[in-house]
Design a protein around this ligand. Structure first.
Ligand code: FMN
Ligand code: ATP
Length: 165
């Protein structure tokens, strides 16, 4: 917290791939922003996303979409190989992990300490979709592929005409 003197704002860091931005991402980043006064986001580079398919959108497009969100003060691309580089630049007071991120909190705490970063580690809550909404990038891609396979490349107007025949 600032005390109105020389203390700097509490810096929070959030990170992830953020492909095809959806309300779940917004929820995470708003919750992360509420943990401090300045939210910095590290957007993973496609080359370091190893645990799931490559993101659809290019690195810079994902970074710019995240940067445009009201909750975010600054978004930057991650380092291709040395994850300590952006974190050292930001020097966060709090790191907020996403609700379903595979990183173990204690392991991240130890990693940060090894990098010389004195930082709290917290875990955000999840946002469950209602109705037809999709709050997962992979779910969005899967629905787009399934819809395209079902309908071919026909437009809604053509589909309606087919249905009338
Ligand atoms: C403390 C920390 C720092 C990270 N720094 C980077 C980085 O500099 N570059 C990068 O490409 N990924 C970085 N990552 C990895 C990704 O942000 C993330 O763990 C993963 O690849 C994608 O997560 P997601 O499934 O939530 O999208 C970092 C992860 C952690 C926990
Ligand atoms: N529905 C959600 N509620 C809260 N946080 C979310 C939600 N979806 C994603 N996030 C968070 O946003 C960050 C970036 O997530 P990521 O890019 O992996 O999105 P995703 O939609 O979960 O992707 P994928 O479906 O490919 O796993 C992560 O910290 C993740 O926990």
């Amino acid at each position: 917290m600032t005390d109105g003197s020389t203390e700097r704002p509490t810096r929070v860091v959030a990170q992830g791939t953020f492909d095809l931005l959806h309300p779940g991402h917004v929820h995470y980043l708003e919750e992360a922003a509420a943990a401090g006064e300045e939210l910095h986001v590290v957007v993973a580079r496609a080359e370091s996303v190893a645990h799931k398919p490559d993101p659809v959108l290019p690195d810079e497009q994902r970074r710019d979409a995240v940067a445009a969100l009201e909750a975010v003060d600054r978004a930057r691309l991650g380092h291709p190989t040395d994850f300590s580089v952006p974190i050292r630049e930001i020097d966060p007071d709090v790191l907020v992990l996403g609700h379903d991120q595979h990183h173990d909190e204690e392991a991240v705490r130890e990693l940060l300490a090894a990098w010389g970063i004195d930082c709290r580690v917290e875990r955000a809550g999840g946002l469950e979709p209602t109705g037809d909404d999709l709050y997962g990038s992979s779910d969005i891609v899967e629905r787009a592929i399934a819809d395209r396979e079902r309908t071919g490349s026909r437009s809604p107007v053509e589909l309606e005409a087919d249905a009338d025949d």
